[in-house]
Design a protein around this ligand. Structure first.
Ligand code: GLY
Length: 374
């Protein structure tokens, strides 16, 4: 980065730090999902909700940045509350990585807490137990009512695999990594298209493992290009490369990255789906923040011009967020605005905690101060 870019990172991270110093005090006892009238809100009261690790993760990043004990206490409180989820089989699913990597595993990495390691390994064991040996994939969600999801895998799972890599690194038992690698290999073939775009959901036959069909999922429709899914793939394959050094994962991450970069609009603001209709022009800031994290990692892996392309794309995404889609009002609790969970949901463009998490993580990466969670 040049001096101007470094200054921008320092100033922007400083603004986030000042805001989070206040927000953390107001929200110390919460596990937020979104905001209502600027106030953090969990919306569902469900301790099993898949995003319930991100607030703890933000607090660990702030602890790393500042060394202030208050952040550590809030993160530990988030982690302990998640024990109610860990003890409820029906609430566990492939999102165990999102729940326990930013909480228990982050805690263990920083403090060597045995209780935290135990939580992380229990979550990893359950995640590995979702593996379908015929289809070589990790089952994503549990069934919703009569909706049968036994054969469903989703691109988002690439971001849960690091829980398995960690479990193998920690225990010396390769089984967890073997499951992760097998799922990643399947995802490379079944989810990533020739042009670098990715499917959200693929259904496999439960007994033969054959591909049944793909679904548009949270994007616009079948064959579309849900931007958060592109981001999960971009960052997820990069992380699988970091853990395995398998060049095929790096090549896949770069293919997705190049597709993503080619589709960034002039203003740097990312739509919910790169193939959505021109109107309504719904945006999703979370996709931009997650992609920026992946692009920064790729920029560290590639020297010269290619590395610069990745870094400049990340800076463009983050600059657009900071200028147009960040709430810098310290009296309100969210950082990012215009986040969207799914294209066909009734609600669009609101605040979502994982957008804030990845925005902070990206700034921390650029400042060289990040706690590596994945
Ligand atoms: N992992 C679910 C989502 O990205 O909305």
């Amino acid at each position: 980065m040049n001096e101007e870019q470094k200054k921008w990172v320092e100033d922007t991270l400083g603004k986030a730090e000042r805001k989070l110093a206040k927000v953390s005090e107001r929200s110390a006892a919460k596990i937020p999902y979104s905001t209502a009238q600027g106030v953090h809100d969990d919306r569902s009261g469900d301790i099993g909700w898949w995003t319930n690790g991100f607030w703890g993760g933000m607090m660990w990043q702030m602890y790393r940045l500042t060394g202030e004990e208050k952040y550590r206490r809030i993160a530990e409180d988030n982690e302990k509350k998640l024990d109610a989820c860990l003890m409820d089989y029906g609430k566990l699913d492939h999102d165990n990585g999102f729940r326990w990597l930013p909480t228990a595993v982050a805690d263990y990495r920083l403090t060597k807490s045995e209780a935290s390691k135990n939580r992380g390994l229990l979550a990893a064991g359950n995640l590995a137990g979702r593996y379908n040996n015929k289809g070589c994939f990790i089952r994503a969600w549990n069934d919703w009512g009569d909706d049968d999801h036994r054969g469903w895998a989703i691109i988002d799972c690439m971001m849960n695999l690091p829980l398995l890599y960690w479990a193998s690194e920690e225990t010396g038992d390769p089984r967890f990594r073997q499951v992760a690698v097998s799922h990643a290999d399947t995802a490379m073939k079944a989810f990533v298209r020739g042009d670098g775009s990715v499917n959200h959901i693929v259904e496999f036959d439960l007994e033969t493992g054959g591909k049944v069909k793909s679904y548009g999922g949270q994007g616009f429709g079948t064959g579309s290009s849900w931007t958060r899914g592109q981001s999960w793939g971009l960052y997820g394959f990069t992380i699988s490369y970091l853990h395995t050094k398998d060049e095929a994962y790096l090549e896949t991450a770069e293919r997705i990255a190049n597709y993503f970069i080619a589709n960034i609009p002039e203003d740097g603001l990312i739509p919910v789906d790169f193939r959505q209709p021109r109107e309504p022009a719904y945006q999703d800031s979370t996709a931009a923040a997650i992609a920026a994290c992946g692009l920064i990692e790729l920029s560290r892996l590639r020297e010269g011009r290619q590395g610069e392309v990745y870094l400049n794309a990340a800076l463009k995404l983050l600059g657009a967020l900071a200028e147009h889609s960040t709430n810098w009002n310290e009296a309100e609790d969210n950082l990012l605005e215009r986040c969207t969970a799914a294209y066909h949901d009734p609600e669009h463009e609101f605040s979502i905690i994982y957008g804030d998490y990845y925005f902070l993580e990206a700034l921390m990466k650029l400042a060289g101060k990040e706690l590596f969670i994945w």
